[in-house]
Design a protein around this ligand. Structure first.
Ligand code: ATP
Ligand code: ZN
Length: 284
């Protein structure tokens, strides 16, 4: 029994999707460029597809799970379950307006034409906001539509905004924040669910590791109590005596969000020789 996973054949999500599987310890036997690859150390089979097709393949159970952008997943509106956000392929679906026109915000779009590759999500957004505009669906190079007179504004994916700028456009309202996600067929067998659980367990371990750092420091014994109170650790900090009398080495795990504040406090409490080390996997 193997879990069939669909990932993008080539494009922005391809590398990171493969890299994720690799970091989960999954070794694929054939390179890219092929339609299919198998792992020799995990019950998984990888299909390389166009991202637009992935939601449908997952709904139809041609693939059991897939990695796609939320933008594609919600646009295609297929029956599949969102399992996990993956933290890469971040972008947003936004409206954008020509810089030098009077048209500047959503309410100005009444009676106008908007070019997009996301007609479903755009229509929903316009309806929610009581704007009546004509949606002009095009499959690529949406950003040039206003300059060639095809549309008055566009709705497209943005990450840095540089593509908009070079086309004389300005980002407006954000319709959707998106990142790559795992989606799954709604009726996976128990055996396949078990494989998926194994996979998500590994991904969770990677994600936890990424948002935490291992920290080592030296502290005078007299200050240990105060220093340990600052450091949470997974259970509690590890304390080891140093060869030098009266000093200890303290080890702990610190969340990235609190990291700099904790370092400041540690220094004030007399911690020295602070080392911060990345964590590869973390299982709590
Ligand atoms: P395919 O040939 O598979 O249809 P594509 O041209 O539709 O590829 P890509 O441009 O490779 O797709 O983008 C794939 C996904 O990467 C997007 O659907 C989106 O989720 C994500 N992404 C992240 N940043 C951006 C960006 N700045 N522009 C477009 N997509 C982005
Ligand atoms: Zn695509």
């Amino acid at each position: 029994m193997k879990l069939k996973i669909a990932i993008q054949k080539s494009g922005r999500l391809h590398e990171e999707s493969l890299h994720l599987l690799k970091k989960c310890g999954i070794r694929l036997n054939s390179g890219t460029g092929q339609l299919k690859a198998e792992a020799d150390n995990f019950p998984i089979e990888v299909f390389f597809l166009r991202d637009d097709d992935i939601p449908q393949y997952v709904e139809d159970a041609v693939a059991d799970i897939g990695i796609v952008g939320e933008n594609v997943f919600y646009e295609k509106n297929r029956k599949a379950k969102l399992i996990k956000k993956l933290g890469f392929g971040k972008c947003r679906l936004s409206l954008a307006y020509p810089k030098n026109k009077s048209l500047q915000r959503l309410q100005d779009l009444n009676g106008k034409r908007i070019a997009t590759s996301y007609p479903f999500l755009l229509a929903k957004f316009l309806k929610q906001n009581h704007v009546r505009a004509e949606i002009h669906e095009i499959s690529g190079s949406v950003e040039i539509a206003p300059s060639i007179g095809l549309a008055d504004a566009i709705c497209d994916l943005v990450s840095s905004g540089s593509t908009l700028l070079t086309n004389g456009l300005k980002e407006g309202e954000i319709i959707l924040q998106s990142e790559a996600v795992i989606v799954a067929n709604k009726t996976l067998s128990a055996a396949k669910q078990a494989i998926l659980k194994k996979l998500t367990f590994r991904i969770n371990a990677l994600q936890q590791a990424q948002s935490n750092k291992y920290i080592l420091l030296n502290a005078p014994n007299a200050k240990l109590e105060k220093i340990c109170a600052i450091l949470p650790g997974m259970k509690s900090p590890t304390i080891l005596p140093l060869a030098q009398k009266g000093w200890s080495s303290v080890h702990s795990v610190v969340n990235e969000n609190e990291f700099w504040e904790i370092i400041e406090e540690l220094k004030t409490q007399g911690a020295q020789g602070i080392l911060v080390v990345p964590i590869e996997k973390m299982i709590s």
